[in-house]
Design a protein around this ligand. Structure first.
Ligand code: PLP
Length: 457
C-alpha cells in the first residue's frame, strides 16, 4: 500500500481485470485510483476531491465516512465474524435484520433469503420461481418475461433475464426460458402524438401480448426493475405499473420486482414498489441495504410462495456460503437505523427529489439535451444530435464519454449509459451539493457542445 501513485496504475493494469471494461483502453490509459471518501465526496490518488453523483454505484445512500457503520462491523467481527446459516443454524444479526426487513417490506412479505450480490439474488429468484411452480403442480410454467435494456446482473441466469444485447453477446446464449419485451421509456419508444399515459398502457400490454404468444400456462413470472437504472434511468409512465399488476393478476403469474437500485429510499420509500403501489411476490435487493459498506443482498418472498414451500416436505437446494453473513447483517441493521434516525426517506420526498428535478430541469433547453427526467433521487439527461426529432449521435456512447470526462475533470461524477448521462446521488445531498453539481453540469455540457458542435442539427 506504500507503492507510489504512478505504480498503482501499472500494477492495476498488470494484475486486475475490471468489470465491464475495455481492457485495451484501460491498459493504455490506466485506472483512476480512488483512495478515500467522506460524506458526498471521493478523493483520488492525485489529491482531487470529486463530488460523487452516483453514490458509488447506486449504493452509498447514507454517504461515506460513517463511523457508526465501521463500529458495527468491528464489534460484530469480534463477537462472531462468521457462521453459516445452512444446517438449521442461525445467529442474532441475521434474525434481527430479517425481522427489520419484514417490518419495512410490504405487509404480505415476511421472509428473506440472503446473498452477497444483486446477481445472486436474482438467480435465487429465478430458481425459486421455477421451484414454486413445480411444487404447485404446474412445471410447464418456466418462462420469465422481462424487458429489453433491463439489467439484472452478470451471472449467466441473471444476465439472461436482463435485456442488454451487449451482455448477451458474450460467449453464452441467452438461457432458454427468458423472453424480452419493450421497455417503458417514452424517449426511445414513444410515438409522436402519443401521450405518456397511452404509451405506458401500450408498453404494459406488450407483456400481455408475450404471455399470450408463449401461452399463459407456460409463463412463470414477469420481472422488472421499478426504474431501469443501468439501462439509463428509464422511468415508466404512471399508467405502466398498475397495468402490469392487472396483467400478472389476470394470468396468475408471479411478479418479481428488482429493487437492487431502488430499494432503501432512492424514491423516498423503503421500496419503489410502495411508491408505485404494486404488490410484487418477490423483491430482490442489494447495494444500499448496507449503503455499500459491505456486500449483502437478498430476496424478499411473499406469504403465497412461503406457504407453498411449507406445504411440501421438500428441500430448496440452493444457498451461498455467505447467505446472511453476520458482519454484513450487523452493518445493514445500523445503516437502516441511520436512515430512520435521520429521516432520510421523508427527506427524499420533501427536499432531495424536488431539488434534483429542479437542478436537472435547468438544462432542458440546452442545445445538447433531448430530455431530462428524474424520479426520487435518480435522474438522466439524454444527449442528442437533434432535440426536435430525438435523433441520437452516431456511434452511441462516444459523446456520453466526452461529457463524462468533462464532468470528471471538473470534479463531478455522473455515469454515461451510451449518450444518456445518469445520476443517483446519495440521499444526504444538501443545497451546497446541488449547487456544485449544477455549476459543473452547465460547464461540462458547454464544453461537450463545443467538442461536437459540427454534429448538432
Ligand atoms: N439488478 C439491478 C437493477 C442492478 O442495477 C444491478 C447492478 O447494478 C444488479 C441487479 C446486479 O447487482 P450486482 O452487481 O450486485 O450483482
Amino acid at each position: 500500500m506504500n507503492t507510489p501513485n504512478a505504480e498503482w496504475r501499472d500494477l492495476d493494469a498488470l494484475h486486475h481485470l475490471h468489470p465491464f471494461t475495455n481492457h485495451a483502453s484501460l491498459r493504455a490509459a490506466g485506472a483512476r485510483v480512488i483512495v478515500k471518501a467522506d460524506g458526498p465526496y471521493i478523493y483520488d490518488s492525485e489529491g482531487h476531491r470529486i463530488l460523487d453523483g452516483m453514490a458509488g454505484l447506486w449504493t452509498t445512500n447514507v454517504g461515506y465516512g460513517r463511523r457508526e457503520l465501521a463500529d458495527a462491523a468491528r464489534d460484530q467481527i469480534l463477537e462472531l465474524p462468521f457462521y453459516n446459516t445452512f444446517f438449521k443454524t442461525t445467529h442474532p444479526p441475521v434474525v434481527a435484520l430479517s425481522q427489520k426487513l419484514a417490518e419495512i417490506a410490504p405487509p404480505h412479505i415476511n421472509q428473506v433469503f440472503y446473498g452477497s450480490s444483486g446477481s445472486e439474488s436474482n438467480d435465487t429468484a429465478i430458481r425459486l420461481i421455477r421451484h414454486y411452480w413445480a411444487l404447485k403442480g404446474e412445471p410447464s410454467r418456466r418462462v420469465i418475461i422481462s424487458r429489453k435494456n433491463a439489467y439484472h446482473g452478470s451471472t449467466i441466469a441473471a444476465g439472461s433475464m436482463g435485456g442488454m444485447g451487449h451482455v448477451h453477446q458474450h460467449s453464452y446464449p441467452v438461457y432458454e426460458g427468458f423472453r424480452h419485451v419493450m421497455d417503458p421509456c417514452w424517449f426511445d419508444e414513444g410515438n409522436d402524438g402519443e401521450s405518456l399515459d397511452e404509451f405506458g398502457i401500450r408498453a404494459a400490454r406488450a407483456i400481455e401480448d408475450e404471455i399470450l404468444a408463449v401461452g399463459p400456462e407456460n409463463v412463470a413470472a414477469f420481472a422488472g426493475e421499478l426504474v431501469q437504472g443501468a439501462g439509463g434511468v428509464k422511468i415508466a409512465p404512471n399508467t405502466y405499473w398498475p397495468e402490469v399488476q392487472r396483467i400478472v393478476d389476470k394470468y396468475g403469474i408471479l411478479l418479481l420486482a428488482d429493487e437492487v437500485i431502488t430499494g432503501f429510499g432512492r424514491l423516498g420509500t423503503w421500496f419503489a414498489s410502495d411508491h408505485y403501489g404494486i404488490k410484487p411476490n418477490l423483491i430482490t435487493f442489494a447495494k444500499a441495504v448496507t449503503s455499500g459498506y459491505l456486500p449483502l443482498s437478498g430476496l424478499l418472498i411473499d406469504d403465497r410462495i412461503v406457504e407453498a414451500l411449507l406445504a411440501h416436505d421438500d428441500d430448496f437446494n440452493h444457498g451461498y456460503t455467505f447467505s446472511g453473513h453476520p458482519v454484513a447483517c450487523a452493518v445493514a441493521l445500523k445503516n437502516l437505523e441511520i436512515m430512520e434516525r435521520e429521516r432520510l426517506l421523508p427527506r427524499v420526498t420533501d427536499y432531495a427529489a424536488p431539488a434534483l428535478a429542479r437542478m436537472l430541469g435547468k438544462f432542458k433547453d440546452h442545445p445538447l439535451v433531448g430530455e431530462v427526467r428524474s424520479v426520487g433521487m435518480m435522474g438522466a439527461m439524454e444527449l442528442v444530435a437533434d432535440k426536435k426529432t430525438r435523433r441520437r449521435f452516431e456511434n452511441p456512447g462516444r459523446v456520453g464519454l466526452i461529457c463524462r470526462d468533462h464532468f470528471f475533470r471538473e470534479g463531478f461524477i455522473m455515469r454515461a449509459v451510451f449518450d444518456t448521462m445518469v445520476c443517483a446521488p446519495p440521499l444526504i445531498w444538501a443545497d451546497s451539493e446541488f449547487e456544485e453539481a449544477e455549476r459543473v453540469i452547465g460547464k461540462a455540457l458547454d464544453l461537450t457542445l463545443a467538442d461536437v458542435a459540427g454534429e448538432i442539427a
